[in-house]
Write a protein that binds this ligand. Structure first.
Ligand code: SAH
Length: 256
């Protein structure tokens, strides 16, 4: 049996209370998946858990669903909340970061503009669509919050006070050595996370050009900010984002 389609909907999910899908979702079920009245569909809305619904009406451009049985409850947010703060990079890599952050359970995805960020505007509608499709595929019961790009300072200010910021710092402190040499390099991320436990946290990833010396000095001097190393090689921003979120979920988040 083909895997039952899974859709995010805005409607309340109450047994027997039919609701209409939007045109795009209706076309997907009817034309792409070639489903019709009576066929089952899984739906979630971020509030009422996941339900098995049935198509109760299907014509070319419009389908109605009626919730039948709840399959999963909206458990209180499984693990601690993870926020990803990342400097946008090239378009497809940025799309990749949004999709992987959704699969890796980020509660919030916040693009930040740093001194060396090349891409200074982001397409919020595009991010929201990528996050929604990834949430449907990855069997999440909620969508990550996706926000418009803001300055690094504004993003840090907006964090609940005391939120630990895991600052992925690729550099050392030797100004004239290639990317800062060895002096002053951050501690391995796994060691630092051991200190943090399963507190809600934010992970900060810089742009292709890394953080400026002034940004590094500011971040290293900032309370609740934990510089971490992701090993002896320079990772692309998208690799660093996936690696850091994976490690955090494994040691502090909902993978344990
Ligand atoms: N400055 C580097 C590239 C930065 S990579 C250069 O000029 O080649 C982009 C971001 O990924 C960095 O800002 C950092 O947040 C993260 N990153 C990459 N490799 C890392 C490492 N080994 N340790 C910690 N963070 C890393």
């Amino acid at each position: 049996m083909s895997s039952m389609p899974r859709l995010f909907v805005n409607s309340d999910l109450v047994a027997g209370d039919a609701f209409a899908l939007n045109e795009e979702q209706s076309k997907y079920l009817i034309r792409v998946m070639r489903l019709g009245s009576g066929d089952p569909v899984r739906v979630f809305n971020g509030r009422d858990g996941e339900w098995r619904a049935q198509i109760s009406k299907a014509d070319g451009r419009r389908a109605d669903l009626v919730p039948v049985a709840r399959l999963r409850s909206q458990q209180a947010h499984g693990g601690a909340r993870l926020t990803l703060l990342f400097a946008p990079v090239k378009k497809s890599e940025t799309d990749f970061i949004v999709e992987k952050a959704t699969e890796l359970g980020a509660a919030r995805i916040q693009p930040v503009i740093t001194e060396r960020t090349q891409t200074r505007t982001v397409r919020l509608d595009r991010f929201a669509k990528i996050a929604l499709e990834a949430a449907e595929q990855t069997e999440r019961l909620d969508l990550p919050e996706v926000s418009d790009a803001v300055s690094l300072d504004a993003a840090l200010e907006a964090l609940p006070s005391g939120t630990p910021v895991v600052f992925c710092d690729e550099a050392g402190d030797e100004a004239d050595a290639p990317w800062g040499g060895q002096a002053g390099r951050a501690a391995p991320m796994a060691d630092v996370l051991g200190e943090l436990g399963n507190r809600p946290a934010a992970i900060l990833i810089g742009p292709e050009g890394g953080f400026s010396p002034a940004e590094r000095a500011f971040l290293r001097g900032r309370a609740d900010t934990y510089p971490v190393s992701l090993g002896p090689r320079i990772l692309r921003a998208e690799t660093a984002a996936v690696s850091a979120m994976t490690l955090w979920q494994a040691l502090c988040g909902d993978w344990s």
